[in-house]
Structure formats: structure tokens, C-alpha cells
Design a protein around this ligand. Structure first.
Ligand code: FAD
Length: 283
């Protein structure tokens, strides 16, 4: 199919882009186009205007320091994945990004676009939730920072207003004594996950140094929105605790029962891998 007709704007300043969005309720931001263009072609989205942000300056950065990793709205998945500094400061980014789609899609698709697209089958919204990161947002009304816990409203729906542009995202650094791991099951590497699970564990200090004092899990493709479950108090049966809070569904790719089974298989593996990661970092 072909998209419904739309106007196309390619502003060269952020103010121009924000004004264009504010003027037209039906306008939509175009970033890498890897999710939006298929939706246009299938006529599942029919914006009156596309505001292409690819010519905006100063949004292509991937920077990392002791606080964390900051990613501009025009940084492509491939650029984030290639950043050794980002992988060092927050290793879960590279662990998860290597599972995001295929190289050609990662070369165009933006990490911030993936966050705003808010797909519970996508890796990076879950990673932002698990790490308790945030997104910086601009509109003609001003700027605000949206914590990950307040970003995801429903299936493919973020809490951003129609006139807002996400200008960047921040992922906190991995703390001393913490470890992370990610695994997913997909039909082919690069396909959307049937189920993906990330773990974020914290080891204690002093006499508690080898004990997990906090353990949280992030889930892909087993709920309507990116979901995080704290299993610190359920380390004897973490998958069971998680499944009580998740809502795996049947679709053409897998049954709910199979997805629940994959949760039970993956949870112990990622918890063990994240604990090993924390111990290795400390050694
Ligand atoms: P676009 O497609 O340009 O936009 C997506 C949505 O976000 C639109 O509604 C747009 O208006 C909005 N938007 C984008 N950027 C901004 C912004 N800065 N401010 C406000 N709104 C914005 N993703 C995965 O996570 N895992 C996968 O396994 C995976 N597999 C894929 C396989 C295929 C075949 C394809 C085509 C895509 C796949 N993707 C996958 C999606 C890919 O990661 C996209 O890059 C990503 O979802 C959206 O980023 P984008 O820059 O392309 O956004």
C-alpha cells in the first residue's frame, strides 16, 4: 500500500520544528522512519504533516561520563552500539542493542525514537525503565524531563504530547557493585523477541559483599508496556513472582503459555549472569 497524502517539512532549527508541531494537531515527528514509515505505508498512521527532524543540529551525540550515558534524538542505534564509552559506563545498552533489529535498520533507526514509539516488544524502552533513566522533551511551551516510570502510557503510546519532541535520553551509569545481563529468544537473531529479559542486580558492601541486596528484572514482549519487576524478596522463585505481574498474550508468533515458559527459562539465567557480572566487575 501507499501512504495517505501528507505535507512534509524538514526544519533546520528546533524552534521551527516545535512551531510546526504546535500549529498542526495532526503533525508527527519523523526520525529514523523505521517504525513510522511502515505504519504510513500500511495506513495505520495518517499524519497531516511529517516534521522530519533529521536536519536539526546538535542532536546526534552519544556521550558518557561517571553519571551515565546521554543520547541525542538523532543518534542511531548503530552509533550507540559502537560507542565503547557508552558500553563501559552502562553495559546493558550494548547488551540489548545488539538484539535490536538488523544492521540496516540500526543504521537509520534512532534509540530515542524507539523510546517514544513505546513498543513493549522493543528492547530499549525496557532498558530505560529498568535503569530508571529519563527522556528530555521540548515544546513551544518549554522543556521538561520525563522519568522512564512516567513515559509509557499503553501499547505503542508514550505520555508525550503531540507537540513535543524528545531531544535526548539519559541512562544512568552502572553503580559500583552492580551487574546487568540480557537474553532474548527470537525466531531469528534481529527479529522482535518472543520474550526478552534483562536483570539488574546490586551486591552488598562490607560483610554483605557477595550477597545480592537488590534484584530487578525488565521484560520484553510479555506485557502491553515495558515492565519491571523487583524480585529482591523473591530470589527463591523470581520467575513466579514476575509472572504474577506480567500479562503474556497469544499472538501469531507464540502462545501465552509458551511465553510464560520462556520467562521461567530466561529469568534464572539472566539473574545468574548479572550476579556474575557484578562479581567480575568487583574482582
Ligand atoms: P520513527 O520510525 O521515525 O518514529 C517512530 C515513532 O516515534 C513515530 O510516532 C514518531 O513520531 C515518534 N518519534 C521518533 N522520534 C521522536 C522524537 N525525537 N520526538 C518525538 N517523537 C518521536 N526495534 C526494536 O527495538 N527491536 C527489534 O527487534 C526491531 N526490529 C525491527 C525490525 C524491522 C524489520 C523494522 C523495520 C524495525 C524494527 N525495529 C525494532 C524498530 C526500530 O528499532 C526503530 O528504529 C525504532 O522503533 C524507531 O526509531 P525511528 O528513529 O526509526 O523512529
Amino acid at each position: 500500500m501507499k501512504p495517505a497524502p501528507f505535507a512534509y517539512l524538514r526544519p533546520t532549527t528546533l524552534d521551527e520544528a516545535l512551531a510546526a508541531l504546535a500549529e498542526d494537531q495532526g503533525a508527527k515527528v519523523l526520525a529514523g522512519g523505521q517504525s513510522l514509515v511502515p505504519l504510513l505505508s500500511m495506513r495505520l498512521a495518517a499524519p497531516s504533516t511529517l516534521v522530519d527532524i533529521n536536519a536539526l543540529p546538535d542532536l546526534g551525540h552519544v556521550t558518557a561520563d561517571a553519571d551515565g550515558v546521554r543520547i541525542g534524538a538523532l543518534a542511531r542505534h548503530a552509533e550507540v552500539l559502537a560507542s565503547a564509552e557508552a558500553a563501559d559506563v552502562q553495559p546493558l545498552l550494548a547488551m540489548a542493542l545488539s538484539h535490536v533489529a538488523h544492521p540496516t535498520i540500526r543504521n537509520r533507526g534512532t534509540t530515542v525514537g524507539s523510546l517514544v514509539h513505546a513498543d513493549a516488544a522493543a528492547e530499549m524502552p525496557m532498558v530505560l525503565r529498568l535503569l530508571e533513566g529519563s527522556v528530555d522533551v521540548a515544546s513551544v511551551r518549554g522543556r521538561r524531563t520525563v522519568p522512564a516510570a512516567e513515559l509509557f502510557a499503553g501499547p505503542l503510546e508514550s505520555t508525550l504530547a503531540h507537540d513535543e519532541i524528545a531531544v535526548g535520553a539519559s541512562f544512568p551509569a552502572l553503580a559500583p557493585g552492580a551487574g546487568v545481563a540480557f537474553q532474548e529468544i527470537a525466531r531469528r537473531h534481529g527479529d522482535y523477541a518472543l520474550v526478552g529479559v534483562a536483570a539488574h542486580v546490586q551486591l552488598g558492601t562490607g560483610a554483605d559483599g557477595d550477597t545480592v541486596t537488590r534484584a530487578r528484572l525488565g521484560f520484553v514482549s510479555v506485557s502491553d508496556v515495558p515492565t519491571v519487576v523487583d524480585v529482591t524478596d523473591a530470589l527463591g522463585a523470581p520467575a513466579e513472582k514476575a509472572l504474577a505481574e506480567l500479562d503474556p498474550a497469544d499472538d501469531i508468533h507464540a502462545t501465552a503459555i509458551y511465553r510464560a515458559h520462556l520467562v521461567k527459562v530466561l529469568v534464572p539465567k539472566v539473574l545468574a549472569a548479572a550476579t556474575d557480572h557484578a562479581r567480575d566487575r568487583r574482582a
